[in-house]
Ligand binder design. Structure first.
Ligand code: ASP
Ligand code: MG
Length: 412
């Protein structure tokens, strides 16, 4: 029988009543003839609570025990979902990660899935089980310890199962009814997209549109898993939501498909560093070793052999960056006059695969911002994305203005 993967996020399993509603949707697909693999998150708020317990108990916790604790929220919902389905006379059972087994690396709290053998679950499907309810977010290391995949990891669990079982589709049920052209809380003209390409979704996901875990989109792209994002709160489940698919499945690609933003950016400037071969390596090597996620980088024009170097990173990594750079200066690896951190900035980006073939997008973006008096501090571009760093107080204005300028409220 064809296999369907259905993933329910925290808000979709937040109460017993919502679990029942989710189970009903599963029942509908079973009635259509699918064998279903249901991936569940913990009830909303549960994982945060567990993370809090760990931190309170042991500030410098053993990551293996962190995983033992925070993975447990999913065990509860998996069992409850299986029980609910059984109450509806749907043959179902729960699976914890190690029982499948979901084999991962031993990078606790950020493990990667290595393999998902399908035998154990397929034997049960062959015996008449119709639904395998799998606890998302968790796996087992080569050492036999419980691992977790990082926050939001059950999206990745879902896509990995869809790939392993060659599922017809992977439906991600969440509290929004799809992927939007931008955040509807910021721009009320935001429109739900019917389709979006993997590459665009990847940019939007990593730029702060928190619908899907970035890794799940990477995985879906690699294995060409048809991914659908839809709401578990709406009555109609068919044809709704947004399909995340390969470029070829989108007839006419948009020049710009969405405007993303990220509030938690900081702009760091090293004032007057020696402009010599190896200087960038001497700066960004220690930053990467310190685990600082550098995003945009700009090297200014140099004068008399010295230059300013600007980069952006998440605000909560500013201290780490400052420490790493101070240490490098101490060692004599780099030399700078000052390090200035501006934590009042935000990043706004326009994303679209159509940019590859259409020119003038950057110009239009800059003109729009300048018409609204928004000063651009840093610019970075890729093939399908243009990002700017601006003062945080202009972020919402910029998002709205760009959404209007690229006519994202109108269907293509
Ligand atoms: N419950 C986990 C978290 O909140 C995993 C997930 O829901 O995707 O991060
Ligand atoms: Mg999530």
């Amino acid at each position: 029988m064809p296999v369907l993967v259905m993933k329910f996020g925290g808000t979709s399993v937040a109460t017993l009543d919502r679990i029942r509603r989710a189970a009903k949707r599963v029942g509908v697909e079973v009635a259509k003839g699918y064998d279903v693999i249901v991936i569940v998150s913990a009830m909303s708020g549960e994982t945060n609570k567990l993370v809090g317990y760990v931190g309170e108990t042991s500030p410098l916790y053993d990551a293996r025990e962190y995983d033992a604790v925070v993975s447990s929220g999913e065990n509860v919902t998996a069992g409850l979902m299986a029980l609910t389905l059984q109450e509806m006379d749907v043959p179902a059972r729960s699976w914890q990660g190690w029982q499948v087994p979901v084999q991962t690396t031993s990078a606790h709290s950020a493990a990667r899935i290595e393999d998902i053998p399908t035998d154990n679950i397929n034997v049960k499907f062959a015996e008449g089980m119709r639904v395998a309810v799998v606890a998302g977010f968790q796996g087992v290391s080569p050492e036999g310890r419980i691992t977790t995949l990082g926050r939001g990891g059950s999206d990745t669990t879902a896509v990995a199962f869809a790939a392993a079982f060659d599922a017809e589709r992977c439906d991600i049920y969440t509290d929004v009814d799809g992927v939007y052209t931008t955040d509807p809380r910021i721009a009320d003209k935001a429109r739900k997209l019917d389709r979006i390409a993997f590459e665009e979704m990847l940019e939007l996901a990593s730029l702060g549109a928190k619908v899907l875990q970035t890794r799940s989109v990477e995985l879906a792209m690699r294995y060409n898993v048809k991914l659908r994002v839809l709401s578990s709160f709406e009555e109609q489940s068919d044809a709704a939501g947004t399909l995340v698919c390969s470029e070829e499945e989108i007839m006419e690609s948009n020049v710009v498909s969405g405007i993303a933003y990220s509030r938690d950016e900081a702009k760091m400037t090293l004032i007057s560093v020696a402009d010599r071969p190896g200087i960038a390596a001497a700066i960004f090597g220690p930053l990467s070793e310190a685990g600082v996620n550098v995003d945009m980088i700009v090297q200014n024009i140099s004068e008399e052999g010295r230059t300013d170097m600007t980069f952006s990173c998440p605000t909560d990594q500013v201290l780490r960056a400052e420490k790493a750079l101070a240490a490098a200066k101490e060692r004599g690896d780099i030399n700078y006059h000052d390090l200035v951190a501006d934590t009042n900035v935000a990043k706004v980006s326009a994303v679209g695969i159509g940019m590859r073939s259409q020119s003038g997008v950057a110009a239009k973006m800059f003109k729009t911002l300048s018409d609204d008096g928004v000063n651009i501090k840093v610019i970075a571009t890729s093939e399908i994305k243009i990002s700017v760093l601006i003062d945080r107080k202009y972020m919402e204005l910029a998002v709205q203005a760009l959404h209007d300028a690229f006519e994202l409220d109108k269907t293509a």
